[in-house]
Design a protein around this ligand. Sequence first.
Ligand code: HEM
Ligand code: HEM
Length: 193
Amino acid sequence: MDITSPFFHYLKQHQSTAIRHLHLTVMMLVLLEVLLSNIMHVNKQGEIGQSTLEYVGTWAHIVVGISLVFFGSLFIIVAFKQRGFKYYFPYLCNQWQPLKSDIKLLTQLTLPESKPYGISSCIQGLGLGALCLVYITGISWFISWNLNLTLAPNLLHWHKTLTGLVEAYLVGHGVMAIVHIYNPLKLKREVIN
Ligand code: HEM
Ligand code: HEM
């Protein structure tokens, strides 16, 4: 069996074509950014690392980061247009019931199904927020660095700190998705059906 097919099958069932394509693009670009961040360096004076690897790595991170400003914003706009703000932030719209029942299921050690206004959509909303903060601080650093503003090192500090949120989200959301999709009981049921 091709191990990626349950993943794409699940995404097809849960997401519209536009969201699916944008989600896959953003997911791959974010993973690439995290990998590139290991071979890049900008010092306190704003100088890019001198070795060829660091130089190429830093510029690749910047170019991919700028493309994420575009694809990330498009993903957020399309997601909000198709699902609505309340889908991702129900607790800000006084919609607590699905979240409460999901938390109850978790306390009984049962994995809740993904549903509107539930715990998975709340976490996805927080992920979109984290993504937005990371690329906004990244691009703001890039603009102020080009303009030689004294603000630049501060923005870079915030960018580096906030990337922790996206990394935590990647691990949490990614692991939950894999556990959901590759749940042996669920896979067996789908094969039988
Ligand atoms: C969603 C998009 C982005 C992600 C996920 C991301 C991720 C990261 C990560 C994980 C780090 C390393 C943090 C650390 O050392 O603790 C980093 C550093 C950095 N990022 Fe980004 N980044 C993004 C967008 C951008 C953008 C748009 C720019 C600029 C155009 C940028 C410029 C930088 C710079 C200059 C550093 C500092 C490198 C160093 O000296 O260690 N990033 N980023
Ligand atoms: C920073 C990177 C990521 C972001 C910003 C992100 C964001 C999102 C968002 C907003 C949704 C909901 C879309 C909708 O309303 O239909 C979603 C769904 C999903 N994501 Fe991600 N994701 C990321 C990375 C990943 C990774 C690495 C995986 C898997 C390893 C993954 C697997 C899934 C799956 C299976 C769904 C469908 C779940 C459902 O509808 O309940 N995502 N993601």
